[in-house]
Write a protein that binds this ligand. Structure first.
Ligand code: MLT
Length: 410
């Protein structure tokens, strides 16, 4: 076979973090078929789809089964009915005006954040906060932007901005010039947030350094604390320097249903090799129209249902359910004397392990408490010594898991 492989794949870790965790968990479950494992690792939801969502979903399927209302290919960018509801409900109340052409419906924020880097040349310098959602790093490694990983776990060409208890999980601005910065707030994995003033510093940095911020707001619906920004576009001037990603996965239980969107303001310009300005929005449009055929009509109708008065009420009940779980987790860990972060405006609880490295503590929880967690080190070198639990299991399982963990001796 003369086909040459994309060599950059050899620079990446063997398995995607959550695949590696699933592999270890499956292996343990096979050896211990009676172990009743409680999964608080990957942020997958347990509440069923809201009633209004299911009804809208079914109605749309019926439309497809009728010759008079059947639809084939939809717009690659998403149907206007959903885009208009996004603008009206998710952005207008924040004082953010958007055009329909700036919102792109997709099948997930993981896909959007992973794919977006395709629009940029290979020599851009990427910055990530550390620990970080692995998709941002892995997708740039695959594209050849990272260089090799050193012994210390850092890729040589990626700028890492540590966010740890030492800096109260507020990463410093890069000390060198970077081109593209990935930010996720409320943060995955630490569950921490930034204030408007803190986020403004990043927007100012981007203006001063001609940089672009790729802002992942997948967890914004968990924000309860007043004043915490739900969107980067709440910050003045952000529309010139930022793209935002959102998802229905956690807000409306769409992890299996798949629907999300990405906002690419018309004001964002990048540069070509000759230094000429190039508008980003048409590039993403071109990418999506070529490689994506849109989200299915019933799924977009299902997503739209969360913006009805009934839908809003129902999804809020689910969010409150998870918030209560987060509180149970936080309080239990604190009672055990552990240092706990996040879990207030976020479904993720991040805590310091009791002087055990994160993969070993992951193993202890798995083997001795039958609880699946996510080791902090899996999110990057600065995650070492931390562990993440999610609030997405059922209330009963969450209470049971915390009870089991509290009985461990460590
Ligand atoms: C996580 O557990 O970090 C998320 O569920 C991953 C994702 O949304 O892709």
């Amino acid at each position: 076979m003369a086909v040459k492989v994309n060599e950059y794949y050899s620079l990446i870790q063997n398995n995607y973090l959550f695949v590696e965790i699933a592999r270890r968990v499956d292996e343990y479950q096979k050896e211990n078929p009676d172990a009743n494992l409680i999964k608080m690792g990957i942020g997958d939801v347990t509440r069923p789809l809201a009633k209004s969502v299911v009804e809208a979903f079914k109605r749309a399927v019926d439309e497809l089964g009728d010759a008079d209302t059947f639809r084939g290919y939809g717009p690659e960018q998403g149907y206007d009915f959903l885009i208009e509801d996004v603008i009206e409900n998710d952005y207008k109340p924040l004082g953010v005006e958007l055009k329909n052409s700036e919102v792109f419906i997709s099948d997930g924020a993981k896909c959007d954040t992973g794919n977006f880097q395709e629009l940029f040349s290979k020599d851009n310098i990427i910055a990530v906060t550390d620990p970080v959602y692995p998709v941002y790093v892995d997708s740039n490694v695959m594209a050849g932007r990272s260089g090799k990983m050193g012994e210390d776990g850092f890729y040589e060409n990626i700028v890492y901005l540590p966010a740890t208890s030492e800096n109260d999980f507020v990463p410093s601005l890069p000390s060198e010039k970077v081109d593209i910065i990935y930010l996720c707030y409320p943060n995955n994995p630490t569950g921490t947030t930034l204030t408007k003033e803190q986020l403004k510093e990043w927007v100012d940095y981007a203006h001063k350094n001609d940089a672009l911020i790729l802002f992942d707001a997948a967890y914004e619906s968990f924000i309860k604390t007043p004043g915490i920004p739900h969107s980067i576009f709440e910050i003045e001037g952000a529309k010139d320097v930022a793209v935002e990603f959102r998802s229905y996965s956690k807000v409306a239980g769409f992890t299996g249903t798949r629907c999300a969107y990405c906002v690419v303001p018309e004001e964002v310009y990048v540069k070509d090799a000759n230094g000429n300005k190039v508008q980003l929005n048409p590039l993403w449009n071109r990418r999506q129209s070529t490689k994506f055929n849109g989200v299915s009509y019933p799924v977009q109708r299902a997503a739209q249902a969360i913006y009805t008065p009934e839908g809003k009420k129902e999804i809020q009940e689910n969010l409150d359910y998870y918030v209560k779980n987060a509180q149970v987790i936080r309080e239990s860990l604190e009672k055990m004397g552990l240092k706990v972060y996040g879990g207030v405006d976020s479904p993720y609880i991040w805590f310091k392990t009791p002087n055990i490295d994160s993969w070993s503590f992951f193993d202890i929880l798995l083997k001795e408490a039958h609880v699946v967690s996510t080791p902090g080190a899996g999110f990057g070198p600065s995650g070492e010594g931390y562990l993440r639990l999610t609030a997405f299991n059922t209330y009963e399982n969450t209470v049971e898991a915390m009870d089991r963990i509290s009985k461990l001796e460590f």
